[in-house]
Design a protein around this ligand. Structure first.
Ligand code: SF4
Length: 219
């Protein structure tokens, strides 16, 4: 399959210019009308209530490494491989926060507090909200994931903080994806992996692509 990187990057440039102009007040009003208060149930960090994958960008990994004295591989692992090249190397886009064997995030404490609270990734600090360009919409919509705290009253100042975080996250995602794609030049021809479950990592060399370039991991 031939993937057109230039088209994808120019699409992201358009999205960035739209994201730059998003009104914090308008988004905060929407957050107030939806309502949210964290009830400290910890469900979003645990596996029992569904997908708790947290994608991490290089600067987020570095912040955790620096603040908590951990190594990168103690913090995260490669995401699910997206394609395999002619030499048999599996290629992944971005990293995923490590989870225990039961699927729970390694940073959730028994009392449901987060060990990373001040350095938690964008996905965690904006949960259960995210911004997405869906169905060809010109502007991104505020989407809401499943969460027990949705619908509870939220103060205007907290809604403003959340709106600022949502905008920051969207801009960070667009910037990260743009850089990743620019670094992907030379990998335009690839076959997507459709059934990863039968693939597994074992015995493969993994290449992880992100905004900083490509990292090879061998067994
Ligand atoms: S980093 Fe913190 S907020 Fe994010 S999933 Fe882990 S425990 Fe939850």
């Amino acid at each position: 399959m031939r993937f057109n990187i230039l088209d994808a990057v120019s699409d992201l440039k358009v999205k960035k210019s739209i994201a730059d102009k998003l009104s914090i007040n308008e988004m905060a009003k929407q957050v107030v009308s939806i309502g949210f208060e964290c009830v400290r149930c910890g469900e979003c960090c645990r596996a029992r209530s569904g997908d708790n994958t947290v994608i991490l960008f290089p600067d987020e990994i570095q912040l955790i490494v620096d603040t908590h004295g951990m190594t990168p591989d103690e913090v995260c692992e490669p995401s699910i491989p997206q394609f395999i090249d002619d030499s048999g190397t599996l290629h992944c886009f971005e990293w995923v926060l490590n989870r225990h064997s039961n699927g729970d995030c390694i940073f959730i404490r028994v009392d449901n507090t987060c060990m990373l609270y001040q350095q938690r990734p964008w996905i965690c600090s904006t949960y259960p909200f995210f911004l997405a360009f869906t169905n060809g919409a010109i502007k991104p919509d505020i989407k809401v994931s499943e969460c027990r705290g949705v619908g509870r009253p939220i103060k205007k100042e907290d809604a403003i903080k959340l709106a600022e975080l949502l905008k920051g996250r969207l801009l960070a995602e667009i910037t990260e994806e743009t850089r990743l794609l620019e670094n992907l030049k030379g990998f335009e021809d690839w076959e997507p992996i459709r059934d990863y479950s039968s693939q597994g990592y074992q015995g493969y060399t993994i290449a992880v692509h992100d905004s900083s370039g490509m990292t090879y991991i061998t067994d």
